[in-house]
Design a protein around this ligand. Structure first.
Ligand SMILES: *Cc1c(COP(=O)(O)O)cnc(C)c1O
Length: 330
């Protein structure tokens, strides 16, 4: 691992495994699929936010912060993992979640409840509106003499993306050991920090792997801009001279599903079932299931060259399964 020279706190179980999915690959034909198991990073049931939090929370601690505030959707994996990390570090944490307080707490909310999380539900339409509430809470905390530290949605800022620069370097080191040439890396895009880290990491490792993002939320034009911007911020924190342009970033936005972010799609559920029955690996309905639906469709459409080696980044999110699929009959 290169020394990223930034403060970092060990929170995750790393490295995560890189494993072949040979039965799934055979079923799809013409490509070799591997899973990078970032669903197994730890922090109250794993996922991709852990790597980002190792850098973000180190910065908070360095700044002497004593309370962390973050935000996300009702079933935010980022909120759940931030909560777990803060509990582990003994720092106060406030989760400002976008939406109405539900009548029962399932999935990520159930885990947050078990951790005795301080949750504030805000029924707003956008994160811009949520941030008004966040600023208000920050003001109150400061007035009480506290030192709050805000982590934006998904931890998707330059510093958070450093977690996935490290994740990319970890992956390439594992691949090199197995003499595996990675042609493509496929991952779900929700706020762009993971992809941004990979864009920086692939350049630092001097590899030709293409980073293929599958949007679960916004249009590709939005994410191409976001990812390039976060990647540039990340590169400047690492003091490396890179030029990452929106047009260099690959994002597909055809797999969000009819009902949009946070709602299961038919293709996504089929992808979850296929991966479960071929590999015994469980994906989630909001992110990784939709990303896998994209991967499968792109294989069918011949997007990947025959014989390509594709790494699917399993970003976690499985707790949401227990909120969304239990009583839907799916
Ligand atoms: C947050 C999240 C993503 C998206 O990662 P970004 O860095 O926000 O693009 C993907 N999968 C899961 C399970 C997530 O929780």
């Amino acid at each position: 691992m290169i020394n990223l020279k930034l403060p970092r706190i060990k929170l995750c179980q790393l490295p995560t495994d890189l494993e072949p999915a040979s039965i799934l690959s055979e079923k799809l034909g013409n490509v070799n699929i591997y899973f990078k198991r970032d669903d197994n990073t730890g922090l109250a049931m794993g996922g991709n936010k852990g790597r980002k939090l190792e850098f973000l929370l180190a910065d908070a601690v360095k700044n002497g912060s004593d309370v962390i505030i973050t935000t996300g959707s009702i079933q935010s994996n980022h909120a759940r993992m931030t909560c777990a990390a803060c509990k582990k570090l003994g720092i106060d944490v406030i989760l400002v979640l976008k939406g109405k307080k539900p009548s029962s707490f399932q999935g990520n909310l159930l885990l947050e409840k078990l951790m005795n999380a301080d949750i504030r539900f805000v029924d707003a339409l956008s994160y811009a509106d949520i941030n008004i509430t966040v600023n208000y809470i920050m003001g109150e905390l400061k007035a009480e003499g506290k030192k709050p530290y805000f982590i934006p949605v998904g931890g998707s800022v330059g510093l958070g993306a450093c977690g996935y620069v490290d994740g990319a370097l970890e992956l390439f080191q594992q691949a090199d050991k197995q003499a595996l040439r990675i042609d493509y890396i496929v991952n779900a895009v929700g706020s762009g920090g993971t992809s941004a880290g990979f864009e920086v990491g692939v350049r630092l490792a001097k590899k030709n792997s293409k980073i293929v993002g599958i949007s679960v939320d916004a249009e590709k034009s939005v994410f191409k801009q976001d990812i390039a911007r976060i990647a540039q911020d990340c590169a400047s924190l690492l003091k490396v001279d890179l030029n990452i342009l929106p047009e260099d970033v690959i994002v597909f936005d055809k797999y969000i599903g009819e009902e949009g972010y946070g709602k299961p799609s038919r293709q996504g559920i089929e992808a979850i079932k296929l991966v479960a029955e071929t590999e015994g690996i469980i994906l989630d309905p909001v992110y990784s299931g939709k990303a896998m639906a994209g991967l499968i469709d792109l294989v069918k459409k011949g997007y990947f060259k025959d014989g390509s080696n594709i790494v699917f980044l399993h970003t976690g999110g499985t707790p949401a399964l227990f909120d969304m699929l239990v009583d839907s009959g799916n």
